[in-house]
Design a protein around this ligand. Sequence first.
Ligand code: CA
Length: 364
Amino acid sequence: MPSQRPVINKYLEIVVCSAMLCALLLSPFSQAADKVYRLKLAETWPTNYPILGETTKNMAALTESMSNGRLKITIDSRNKHKAPLGVFDMVKAGQYDIGHSASYYWKGKDANTLYFTTMPFGMTAVEQYGWFYHGDGQALMNEVYARHNILSFPGGNTGVQMGGWFQKEINSLEDVKGLKIRIPGFAGEIWSKLGAKPVNIPPGDLYTALERRTVDAVEWVGPSLDLRMGFHKIAPYYYTGWHEPSSELQFMVNKQKFEKLPADLQQILKTAMRTAAYDMYIQSHHASAENWDSMKKEFPNIQVKTFPEEVMTAMRRANDELLAEYAAKDPLAKRIQESQLEYQEKSRAWTDIADKAYLNSLFK
Ligand code: CA
């Protein structure tokens, strides 16, 4: 008789397992767990654009693997959707679920979107990440974007952007007068206040414009993305940055689409965006180091310059005037500016005796 017990146990095991399997398959939990969610992302960049385009692919791959295939994201670049600066409207309207772009492109739609990319004379990337993730940055960005049915998150940082490639040296404020420089946005307004003539030229025409001296200077990004543009072959002066110390891209998510996702997929999406954003910051640093090394080897006569003090002082004054104009028009703009300034002062006091002191102490 004892020899029959394993057979009965085996039979019971099968019955119990089948019942459990049926219960699992019929439960609403299992349906939710099996359901595949698909989201469409529109990016501002062309297909396979280095670093920026890798960030969206990285984010989508992380989302899919962390969700075990339950959340899939397809990416349309500007070549497909044809609206690089329409990403905000497309995400707002739900035509796309996610966007990857830069907040300062939307200044014309809502002036307060300006503050969430980078500010002239503002925070460095690590300081700004502190403001976003541990200070009031994310909450203030939420407040601005709530008006547009959009959730916005940091989307990857270029690090300090260079001041631009110049055909002639800038030694005084006099040299700035009438200077034709390609530089968009807020920084362009500052150059304009100093008497320069900022122009906007499509990226594909920039090399020729600089080579034929249609413009005297071109601001782009930094070695990470400048190398492929070839400016170093035709302009001798590479000025250091002041206007975009930490350009942060953004992921935008349509609010309703985000809320329809189960809680675990929402968390996975947020984690993937944060990881991809941070990875872009590191990759930008790496690519700039590699590319700067190549540029110097190929063109050892490139001269790195910093704008003279009188130009920097004038730019800072123009920046303060512009910020005051924006703050006077809108109490939310004033609150964001105050939050940034307060965070920057506190954070910079530490940066000064940490990173800055370390580098200065090397006397090299
Ligand atoms: Ca730039």
